[in-house]
Design a protein around this ligand. Structure first.
Ligand SMILES: Nc1nc2c(ncn2[C@@H]2O[C@H](COP(=O)(O)OP(=O)(O)O)[C@@H](O)[C@H]2O)c(=O)[nH]1
Ligand SMILES: [Mg+2]
Length: 358
């Protein structure tokens, strides 16, 4: 079983690339499985993998590093249930120091040929990397940027993703700047929405082009912990009871109100994701840093009941994030009955890896 570990900041495109890579490999007749990971418990990503018929297990309630034993158990479960030849493990977007705390322990502690880490890709939003390498102001605080930088530093291969959201000239400029800044790391400009480009990534992974580095990362856990603590997590399941057929408009207005609240307070979004389901229709809508147009992604929602799983990761205080969601829900409650369930909002706890093999 070949294990490909995929890291990188919130919203950088990890899930998108993994889903498309899994589809490519499954199309070639390979058995594929995925391990998702998050600080929260109710994950849009896992539901999204399942809706694409990709076997997925999850490590929740903290990163792989701090839940190494759970990762080990889940890999075994996935192995038994789906007998995958290839596994992708997507680490939570606030996690760093993965080589010392995940890759090396997996290599040292697991039986040979059971989920052996073959590659470590780190994804980064090309627009954010462009700003960073030009020393332009970043949307996140210095604490969070420390985390962002450390994630990049330990990549086996750095995927400069969402290249399509930069001009061709800027995409090549960011690649050239990255070549100078990160010597010794393989680099790849990519648009993960394009199957052809994802095939190139899969080929790089399988041909050994993204091998995890084995030197330990020089990282200050106090600063790393402050970066994680500056980010707020909120997960919530919402049921909207709406006049027949009015679901789309109401959910869009809820999302608009939430985004407007975040924008008014000038907060930086890691990502905000909605998994929207009504009848047999289901769609995922997400906003990462530097949001793109999204309304077209929300389909018509049949019937009078819409369920929404909300995952929000924003740089702010967790109670403030909860208040913003409550404000947006109060607006939605003017035109629908809204029920909230499984509400959790918090900051990630201080990173305390099970193993650290330097
Ligand atoms: N334009 C563009 N959007 C992308 C690309 N990759 C991912 N996205 C979008 O970025 C958002 C976050 O992607 P996701 O895969 O959930 O990020 P993750 O948090 O790293 O797993 C989603 O809206 C994706 O559709 C890309 O290469 N180009
Ligand atoms: Mg993801």
């Amino acid at each position: 079983m070949d294990l490909h570990i995929v890291g990188g900041f919130l919203g950088s495109g990890k899930t998108t690339a993994i889903i498309n890579a899994a589809k490519v490999l499954m199309g070639e007749g390979k058995r594929v499985g995925v391990v998702t990971n998050d600080q929260g418990k109710y994950l849009v990503d896992t539901a999204f993998f399942h809706s694409a018929a990709i076997p997925a297990v999850e490590v929740t309630g903290g990163c792989f590093c701090c839940n190494y034993d759970d990762l080990d158990v889940r890999l075994a479960q996935l192995g038994e249930a789906a007998q995958p030849e290839v596994i992708f493990a997507e680490s939570v977007g606030s996690c760093a120091d993965i080589v010392a705390t995940v890759v090396k322990p997996l290599l040292a502690l697991r039986a040979p040929d059971t989920a052996t880490p073959r590659s470590f890709s780190v994804f980064v939003d090309a627009r954010l990397l462009h700003r960073r390498l030009l020393n332009l102001p970043m949307p996140f605080s210095d604490e969070v940027i420390y985390l962002f930088d450390k994630q990049i530093e330990e990549a086996g291969m750095l995927i400069i993703n969402k290249r399509d959201l930069l001009s061709l000239a800027d995409a090549h400029k960011v690649l050239a700047l990255a070549e100078t800044a990160f010597t010794g790391i393989s680099l790849r400009l990519q648009n993960s929405l394009e199957t052809r480009e994802v095939v190139g990534w899969v080929n790089a992974l399988t041909s050994g082009g993204a091998k995890p580095p084995l030197e330990p990362l020089d990282i200050d856990y106090r600063r790393y912990g402050s970066g994680e603590a500056a980010l707020a997590w909120l997960d919530e399941t919402l049921i909207f009871r709406v006049p027949d057929g009015a679901g789309r408009g109401i959910v869009c207005r809820f999302a608009e109100a939430l985004l407007a609240g975040i924008e008014r307070r000038d907060l930086a979004i890691g990502h905000v994701k909605l998994l929207i389901s009504a009848g047999d229709v289901s769609a995922k809508v997400s906003w990462a840093t530097l949001a793109a147009d999204w309304r077209d992604l929300v389909p018509d929602l049949p019937g009078d009941r819409v369920s929404v799983l909300l995952n929000a990761r924003v740089e702010t205080d967790a109670t403030e994030l909860h208040r913003l969601v409550e404000e947006a829900l109060a607006l939605a409650a003017r035109e629908a009955d809204v029920e909230a369930d499984r509400v959790a909002y918090f900051h990630p706890s201080f990173p305390n890896p099970t193993h650290r093999m330097a």
